[in-house]
Design a protein around this ligand. Structure first.
Ligand code: AMP
Ligand code: MN
Ligand code: MN
Ligand code: MN
Length: 283
């Protein structure tokens, strides 16, 4: 098993644990190196670093940047970024500034199908109001009894084609990679197995085009082992890593004890041919 977990969320984005609780949980589950990768914000990193020193694990400064590529939403993880870099900070601020407006449109759209009060309800779940997102809506809608769990709220209301889904223009791929690199980080294609085209999975040809462009723009890594990938996907993305000369990353994408594909840490090993992303900094 791998003792690196390079993708997880705190309550500064859409996780449920504070950065300190997250680090404590990781340490308790034998994680040696943890990257906190909140969506579009680095606000949790200082607290996480203090907790990591206390619990004796290594913290990697990370972020997960929301990107619109063609018509698709894709996520780019930045690892070992400098959270004080002004280019990165400004870029992330720009992304966050669209979230409040999107949330208002989502709430209006849900209200039109008879589901009221969701913006106020969702805001109660967003510890960082700037980072209001679909997961906060989902948590509130479970509380209000619209569905039995977060997953079902997404499927019924919040994915493309459903009443609470509002298309949104995130950062472009080139900007996201350049902010991460300006901040000294390594850009990693997050969970390639999760991307969709409409409501279907993204086709292989499109994914390969995405990876080609990602590499041309300075992307250096790909998540091979992700909490949301199946073992056949580990093998598939290990092949693409080799084909495109990408470093391999691994992360649970943990959001909270009740809601995640996988708990922190304890990820299965990489396929043999993988070059781990940490070889870039552990010499
Ligand atoms: P947002 O950036 O506000 O659009 O929210 C994206 C987040 O929603 C992702 O990072 C996941 O945490 C969560 N998410 C997306 N799709 C699903 C799904 N089908 N089921 C559960 N959570 C999802
Ligand atoms: Mn999330
Ligand atoms: Mn993601
Ligand atoms: Mn994530």
């Amino acid at each position: 098993m791998l003792d690196y977990d390079l993708h997880c969320h705190s309550n500064l984005s859409d996780g449920t644990l504070t950065p300190t609780e997250l680090v404590a949980r990781a340490a308790g589950r034998e994680v040696k190196v943890l990257a906190l990768t909140d969506h579009d914000d680095v606000a949790g990193l200082a607290e996480a670093a203090r907790a990591a020193a206390e619990y004796g694990i290594e913290l990697i400064n990370g972020v997960e940047v929301s990107v619109t590529w063609r018509k698709h939403t894709v996520h780019i993880v930045g690892l070992r970024i400098d959270p004080n870099n002004p280019v990165l900070i400004e870029g992330l601020r720009g992304i966050r500034s669209g979230r409040r407006h999107r949330a208002e449109l989502m709430a209006e759209s849900l209200a039109r199908c008879g589901i009221g009060g969701v913006l106020e309800g969702a805001m109660r779940y967003a510890s960082n109001p700037d980072m209001i997102g679909r997961t906060h809506f989902a948590r509130y809608m479970v509380e209000a009894g619209h569905c039995k769990d977060v997953r079902s709220v997404f499927n019924r209301y919040l994915v493309k084609g459903k009443p609470g889904y509002v298309p949104h223009e995130w950062a472009n791929l080139q900007d996201a990679i350049s902010w991460i690199r300006a901040a000294g980080g390594i850009a990693v294609m997050a969970h390639p197995g999760r991307y969709t085209a409409g409501r279907k999975p993204m086709g292989r040809t499109t994914l390969l085009e995405l990876l080609q462009e990602f590499v041309e723009l300075g992307g250096q890594g790909i998540e091979v082992v992700s909490g949301s990938h199946t073992p056949p996907q580990f093998a598939e993305f290990a092949r693409y890593a080799k084909e495109f000369g990408l470093l391999c990353s691994c992360g649970s994408d943990f959001h909270g004890p009740e809601e995640s594909y996988r708990d922190l840490g304890r990820l299965p090993d990489f396929p043999l041919e993988c070059v781990p992303v940490w070889t870039a900094w552990e010499k």
